[in-house]
Design a protein around this ligand. Structure first.
Ligand code: ADP
Length: 167
């Protein structure tokens, strides 16, 4: 298992799968979701419309269509309401469910955005800690070998991910 932190646009990555921070409708939105739908092309939305949405904390997989990535794992992070609505556990579940699909599809490389750290307002430091802990734990538990990239779109997330990974 190799875990790396990179800064940039997740839609450009040549990996087996990228993870999308989607919403419950799976019908596209702003932020990274919008960027992924724009880059993957209209067939992605057509496919997503047939999936019946996705509950918070769960994940569904589609092809990558026009992306360099072969697959997209769509997971729905929690909206941050102050931390008393099970937000940390729901975010942890997003990472576990994404890893579960990556193993099921025998993927060898996977890239995550900072799920819930944009319009869903999850405190970024806590979110980054959950992300790294859950991914490490899940891969160790399953003894599964995969290259995981945490993709930061801004400097703050980039710094925090690197700091946590060093600890
Ligand atoms: P959420 O609704 O789950 O908060 P957002 O898309 O609003 O999702 O933000 C999640 C994170 O993704 C934020 O840190 C945001 O800066 C980042 N982000 C936005 N666009 C991209 C992109 N093209 N590649 C990687 N990360 C992105």
């Amino acid at each position: 298992m190799k875990i790396s932190v990179i800064e940039g646009d997740i839609t450009t990555l040549n990996v087996d799968a990228i993870v999308n921070a989607a919403n419950v409708s799976l019908c596209g939105g702003g932020g990274v979701d919008g960027a992924i739908h724009r880059a993957a092309g209209p067939e992605l939305l057509e496919h997503c419309r047939t999936l019946g949405g996705c509950e918070t904390g769960l994940a569904k997989i589609t092809k990558g269509y026009q992306l360099p990535a072969r697959y997209i794992i769509h997971t729905v992070g929690p909206v941050w309401y102050g931390g008393m609505k099970n937000e940390p556990e729901l975010l942890a579940s997003c990472y576990r469910e994404s890893i579960r699909l990556a193993i099921e599809y025998k993927l060898t490389s996977l890239a995550f955005p900072a799920i819930s750290c944009g319009s869903y307002r999850f405190p970024t430091e806590q979110a980054c800690k959950i992300a790294i802990r859950e991914v490490k734990d899940a891969l160790e538990r399953e003894s599964y070998n995969i290259d995981v990239y945490f993709v930061a779109f801004d400097k703050k997330v980039f710094r925090q991910l690197n700091q946590i990974l060093k600890q």
